[in-house]
Write a protein that binds this ligand. Sequence first.
Ligand code: FES
Length: 90
Amino acid sequence: MAPFHAPYPAGPAAQVDVYTTWNKVWQCGGVGQCGTCIVEVKEGAELLSERTAVEKKKLSGKPESWRLACQTLVGDGEKSGAVTVATKPQ
Ligand code: FES
C-alpha cells in the first residue's frame, strides 16, 4: 500500500508511483483509458474528488473503493489527512 498526503490546494493523486515497469510503457498518459493506474482506496476516501465520468465508465461494475489514480484529485483545500491505497487490486 502507498500513502498519499493531501496536498494544498488539491492536486493529482499521482504523487505515488502506481506503475510497475511495464505499466509505465502501456499507460495511456492519464486519459482514463488503460486502467493501469487502478488503485483500491483503503483509507481517506473522503479526501478524494468524486469519480469522473471517465472513471464511472471504466470502473463500471467494480467496487466503489477502486479509483483511477490519473483521474483522482486528493484534497479540496479545506480538509487534510492521509490517503492509503493498494495498487493493482484484484
Ligand atoms: S493512466 Fe491510463 S487509466 Fe490512468
